[in-house]
Ligand binder design. Structure first.
Ligand code: SF4
Length: 419
């Protein structure tokens, strides 16, 4: 009887309903009948993997708290049809949210991760006279529709652009200082700086999703064991990647653009490093990263060795070359300006949180140090204390001092992502 209504709906509508407290109905229950309260719907994931990350739900009368990912579909059968049942990227899904109620087959239930619940939204919304899919502005999600109230960081910083930029600058320095400390510790542990550089650069070649297997690959074939000719190095790395590394650290290949596929990146890494690492380090060692000219020279050195996009080379500059130079003592502190890397979804999300929906991205997109700051705040504040933000060190410090510099939180010293 509701076919016409349901036909107007897409999976993106259901995602918007899940994400937006103003649209999400009260009275959610699991398909088994237990009450569900959404403390946080999670971060809208614009990359491969589950639709929402780090959701917090309270289940049952005892309000049992669970934290994990959420996957949204139109139908329960889509879980298997979309191939999630055997995909480790979906192992942390704690709620499968659908529009239609079922039928939910026994096989479908069995294929969900062990503690995953199922929630049907359609049954609660079809009969509500105030709900119309036509009135959902899908283009507004996710950036324009943050959790129903502005985040406290926006309240604290969006009014003063100077304060906000100072915050990002300090946070960017903290992030690079953390990377520097980690590299310095690796110098001691490995006893081979070239190997440390090679591992960090390989992790950067893996981008966000394949940083771990690329790092494992660099440890499986250390730079000293790389064949000196690029073609032979490519073959050796490729064989090790699929025959050895893949057994320990899975490669992420779903939804990866062809240019970013692990195979292409391995070939590019072989071209850069085969028989060339000491010379490459020597040439990079002559670049003064404190200056724009020095940074541009370093980017060109990377790009002439093998085809690499300007923005990707800039990401390697910020995440590897500059911290490496700081760890070696060639650079005393983070440069005030860093050649900007591409804004990823995390940086954009943080900018919307801190600066509000109407801000001008040009404020930070032209300086890689500020982009590093956005990433650092996300990692050290949002991931740690979201959803209610009440424990956010950034906001507490600002409230305590109401003056710049407002941000003295200390970052973690290990496991910093490369990108
Ligand atoms: S946790 Fe993140 S979103 Fe919340 S106030 Fe802190 S920086 Fe802002």
């Amino acid at each position: 009887m509701f076919d016409g209504f349901d036909d107007a709906l897409t999976e993106r509508h259901v995602q918007a309903v899940w994400y937006d407290a103003a649209l999400r109905p009260d009275g959610l229950r699991t398909s088994g009948g237990a009450e569900v309260r959404v403390a946080d719907p999670g971060r809208w994931n614009l990359e491969a993997g589950p639709d929402f990350r780090d959701a917090v739900l309270e289940i049952g009368p005892e309000r049992r708290r669970v934290r994990g990912d959420v996957e949204v579909h139109m139908r329960t059968s889509d879980w298997i049809a979309h191939g999630h049942a055997n995909d480790p990227a979906y192992a942390n899904v704690v709620a499968h949210v659908t529009w239609h109620p079922g039928p939910q087959t026994t096989a479908g239930y069995a294929s969900l991760p062990r503690r995953c619940i199922h929630i049907c939204l359609g049954d609660l919304l079809r009969t509500r006279p105030d709900f119309s899919p036509d009135e959902i502005d899908l283009a507004a999600y996710p950036y324009a529709r943050l959790p129903s109230t502005p985040r406290p960081c926006e309240t604290a910083f969006a009014r003063s652009t100077d304060d906000a930029l100072e915050l990002l600058r300090i946070a960017g320095e903290r992030r690079l200082d953390g990377k520097t400390r980690r590299l310095a510790a690796l110098f001691v542990r490995r006893g081979d700086r070239a190997q440390v550089f090679y591992e960090e650069m390989m992790a950067a070649f893996g981008y966000k999703h394949n940083a771990a297997p690329f790092r494992a690959l660099a440890q499986t074939i250390p730079w000293r064991d790389l064949p000196p000719r690029p073609e032979a190095a490519d073959t050796a790395l490729s064989c090790a990647a699929w025959l050895e590394v893949a057994r320990r650290v899975p490669w992420h290949t779903a939804n990866v653009r062809p240019n970013n596929s692990p195979g292409r990146r391995i070939s590019a890494a072989a071209m850069l490093f085969a028989g060339a690492l000491p010379g490459l380090l020597q040439r990079l060692g002559t670049c003064d990263f404190a200056t724009r000219g020095g940074q541009r020279s370093a980017i060109e050195i990377l790009r002439t060795a093998q085809p690499l996009g300007m923005r990707r080379a800039a990401a390697m500059l910020a995440n590897v070359l500059i911290p490496f130079a700081m760890a070696e003592g060639r650079l005393s502190r983070a440069p005030e300006w860093i050649f900007p890397e591409e804004l990823n979804s995390t940086a954009r999300l943080m900018a919307f949180r801190i600066l509000g929906r109407d801000h001008n991205p040009a404020l930070y997109s032209g300086n890689g140090l500020l982009i590093q700051g956005l990433l650092h705040i996300h990692r050290t504040c949002c991931l740690a204390v979201h959803p209610d933000c009440s424990e956010c060190p950034l906001v507490r410090q600002h409230a305590a001092t109401c003056a710049s510099p407002a941000y003295t939180e200390t970052p973690p010293t290990s496991s910093e992502p490369s990108g």
